[in-house]
Design a protein around this ligand. Sequence first.
Ligand code: SF4
Length: 556
Amino acid sequence: MALVPLGGLAANFVVPSASGPSSSQGMQTLQPVLRGATAAHAEGSRGVFSVVGLAGTAVAVLAVGQRRRGSRRQVVAAAADSGLPVVDRATTKQWRRELVQSEQYFKFGRTQMEDAMNQLKKVSGSDILTKIRENGFRLTIGDITFVLAESYGFCWGVERAVAMAYEARNFFPDKNIWVTNEIIHNPSVNDNLDKMGMKFIQARADGSKDYSGVTKGDVVILPAFGASIDEMAFLKERQVQIVDTTCPWVSKVWGSVEKSKDKGHTAIIHGKYDHEETVATKSFAQKYLVVKNMAEAEYVAEYILGKGNKEEFIRKFSKAMHEGFDPDVDLDQVGVANQTTMLKGETELIGKLFERTMIKKYGPQEINNHFMSFNTICDATQERQDAMYKMFDAKYEAPKSVLYAELEGEQVGVSLLSTKQQEKLESRKMEAEMKGSAEMPIAANQKVDMCIVLGGFNSSNTTHLLEIAEEEGVPGYHIDCAERIGIPGGEATNRIQHKPLSTPPAKAMLDEGLEVKDGFLPDGPITIGITSGASTPDKMVGEALQRILVIRGLKA
Ligand code: SF4
């Protein structure tokens, strides 16, 4: 198997060979992805960049500000398919099982998957980040000290999805391969898939996807956050080959929703009703209600306890519940599931809140008939935020609920299913396997003067990381790629183009509403905190650090 790199700095790059699965032959050394000014101009969206020396390695300082992310993707002509078939919600489990067993569903062998992950590790990793990890998450070069968050970047599920997508290109070298919108929320990863000739199914303004270009025999890659059962049904009907990269922790949530359905429970999903992952999760439920935060959960709990107004309830959740939802009937039996990118502390408390609410309404002896506890929390998002707080010597404070505190007080001594059954994915352990084990810091955290946060502008987990920096009063810069540091057409310059929190993601994705800070790197010794969202390859973070060093005339 061979892979395409995730970034543009290393001298040697490899592209997938057409040699089929698990083949290590046919790897070709190419010019860096940022091939040079001519190529950049030819692409028409990247602007001008110059090349400056760094220890014999080409360092491209790319123009920023002109490009429109994703504009080079092969856009599918609009039209045709407006609707999807609807799978009977009572039969989703059976339906998916049959799909998984069919020839249309591509299965990766274990060895093939391990090879793909190992290859990806080689091309997406970063030497400088490995060095910082091995040095206890901090490293001083000249007068710059980098402090790396103890949890950052690609989570296991995302790494797996990207490896599978690349492997799909190897396995189907001659086929049209489509990625449903974005495989993960990272422009550089998606740009690389684009460079490998993959096409992207575009989202329409109403959120639906335009499948009009997909034809029989094509390959369609489902993203790490999954796809709805109706979307899968559509793809089955269209007779395409499905490569499903859904993270097992996301499909575990689907399994829990199925279980609650079997018992007649309504799935209360902690998430955003229009987030792709939640759209997929709710498609496996017969009855569902999506609550986005503690305040909404409390509102629903109050309603269950008889304090609400039905009309107001229906108006409030009109977009977040199944058709025909009746809060007087459908909140009688509930189970709490989650969108995996929500904060673990909040999901846990929401689960416990509904359990205590049901205990209050029906009594502890009846709890099994009215509440189901799910064990579906992935802590990768929380780990990244906790690491950020740790960097600033601060602490994450779990959300509070006045109603929960009251119920807890009333129910002293009543133990909860939610607490007993909560066994979580330990993302840190899996990431250590992926990124290499690290020397844990022994020194007290030193003051961080500024923070660089890398991740897609539409990645909510990355935005939360910047929010923490702002909360702690540390100047932070959110950039979506290393090329935001530097300046076009000249020497490496002390300049950064970044997305402020006030700019909406959709605008930033079009390179609008970004701010430029000249002289962002002050003179004299400085400590820079570094972190990245769960969809950001280490390679990109390493490139950003190299650019900072270049500005100072240093090298790693
Ligand atoms: S955040 Fe967790 S559930 Fe989501 S893709 Fe990563 S490992 Fe999977």
